[in-house]
Design a protein around this ligand. Structure first.
Ligand code: MG
Length: 159
């Protein structure tokens, strides 16, 4: 190992009734979903920003502008793949990922392993390198009131 870098990413989306909810590329059974230009996968957006941060290559809005019709409704796994391509083109490999999702409801525990497998499959790494954690905010703040979903992601990359 010659070099290592860390990156962190953060994203928030407002929730709306009756919209689909995607987190880490997995469809979540939920009465609310993210309001967004893309598929609203707030967890993958935070992860993309973490990888871009490690690469010092700006943020997801710079690479995939939300005003661009090309990204309307896009599957965020495609955005993640493109960011991972930027990473591998420079010789970097993914060491590990740690994602924390703050959402008041629904409970995400039944989906955690599916979400880990989904990210591992897009990244082409063993699932043991991918951590996904979920928490409520004990009914406090905008997350606690069910108005939004907030996600933090940390990555380590190496070459
Ligand atoms: Mg976003």
């Amino acid at each position: 190992m010659e070099d290592i870098r860390v990156g962190q990413g953060y994203d928030v989306h407002e929730l709306g009734i009756g919209l689909p909810l995607y987190l880490c590329g997995v469809g979540i059974d939920s009465p609310v979903g993210c309001i967004a230009h893309s598929d609203g996968d707030v967890a993958l957006h935070a992860l993309c920003d973490a990888i871009l941060g490690a690469l010092a290559k700006g943020d997801i809005g710079h690479h995939f502008p939300d005003k661009d019709p090309a990204y309307k409704g896009i599957d965020s796994k495609i955005l993640l793949s493109r960011v991972l391509d930027m990473m591998t083109e420079e010789g970097w490999r993914l060491g590990n990922v740690d994602i924390t999702i703050a959402l008041q409801t629904p409970k995400l525990a039944p989906f955690i392993n599916k979400m880990r497998e989904s990210v591992a499959s897009v990244a082409g790494v063993d699932v043991s390198r991918i951590s996904v954690k979920a928490t409520t905010t004990e009914h406090l703040g905008f997350v606690g009131r069910g108005e939004g979903c907030e996600v933090w992601a940390t990555v380590l990359i190496f070459q």
